[in-house]
Design a protein around this ligand. Structure first.
Ligand code: SIN
Ligand code: MN
Length: 271
């Protein structure tokens, strides 16, 4: 491993998030946006609307039915980085695009992803990693991801933190603004005053990694600019949940190690 990558892994371990030194080209982002536009028009359970509105909030599991999304998950650089963070072979646990439409996209309350994956799916350990790739420029006003650096080391922070949980909740409450495992504003306020916050902003095509246990949220989009965020979760093959029950578009059952493959349409450049 190069010293740059070793440093990146150390930052990720310390802070629970980091910016990767690569960016997808505008052509690659354009192609992904074309696919998002097509999938968003489809009527299928993977396409989720904002509450009470016919406005697409998110699309899920696209790597299972869309060949461009599948090609993205096989990108050799992404796979190598995921393997580096997780220390072994990986597969795609989850794939989604949160669209946060201009003036309409609702918030994501403070939460930890691992609360859902452990309690709903039985993921043994938080040995997964999220890669977030914006398909639009993200600025302070269009609802960027907000993370609390270092919070991934504190264990469960939500209401069900004593481990008795509420598994079996409706999966729609895992993808809506009314999250099943949210962290109270009081608890989040305490964490932000102790650890601070970091807004994840930047141009379309950038890549950030964040940990399954990091506390994060994002506000509604009151701006005139859409904020589409593509999220790939790679899980370590050794960490696959034995008996998941949620829909396959939220928890992929194919846990065989992903085979990297170059695709000239999805070019990545060093920043
Ligand atoms: C967001 O799209 O702003 C939230 C994403 C997440 O919670 O993983
Ligand atoms: Mn999340």
């Amino acid at each position: 491993m190069s010293s740059d990558l070793r440093e990146l892994a150390a930052v990720y371990e310390r802070d629970g998030w980091c910016e990767l030194p690569y960016s997808f080209t505008p052509a690659a982002v354009g192609l992904l946006n074309d696919r998002v536009a097509v999938i968003s028009q489809e009527t299928r359970p993977e396409v989720v609307w904002e509450k009470g509105k016919k406005i697409v909030r998110a699309i899920h599991g696209c790597h299972r039915f869309d060949e461009v999304s599948a090609a993205l998950t096989r990108h050799p650089r992404l796979v190598a980085l995921a393997e580096m963070f997780l220390g072994g072979p990986v597969y795609v646990y989850q794939f989604k695009v949160n669209l946060k439409q201009a003036r309409e996209g609702a918030a994501w309350p403070w939460h930890q992803d691992y609360s859902f994956w452990q309690r709903e799916d039985g993921m043994p350990r938080p040995d997964a990693v999220n890669f977030a790739i914006p398909l639009d420029a993200v600025h302070e006003g269009n609802g960027p991801l907000i993370v609390i650096p270092g919070s991934h080391r504190l264990g469960p922070q939500d209401e069900y933190g004593d481990g008795d949980g509420a598994p079996g909740s409706d999966w729609r409450r895992h993808v809506s603004a009314d999250l099943a495992y949210a962290i109270t504003p009081e608890r989040a306020g305490k964490l932000t005053s102790e650890l601070g916050t970091q807004l994840i902003t930047g141009p379309a095509g950038g890549i950030h990694a964040f940990h399954p246990s990091i506390v994060h949220s994002s506000t509604g989009n009151g701006s005139a600019d859409r904020r589409a965020l593509l999220l790939i979760t790679y899980n370590a093959v050794r960490n696959s949940p034995p008996h998941p029950t949620r829909p396959e578009f939220l928890v992929d059952r194919n846990t065989t190690p992903i085979v990297p493959r170059e695709d000239h349409r999805l070019e990545l450049t060093a920043r």
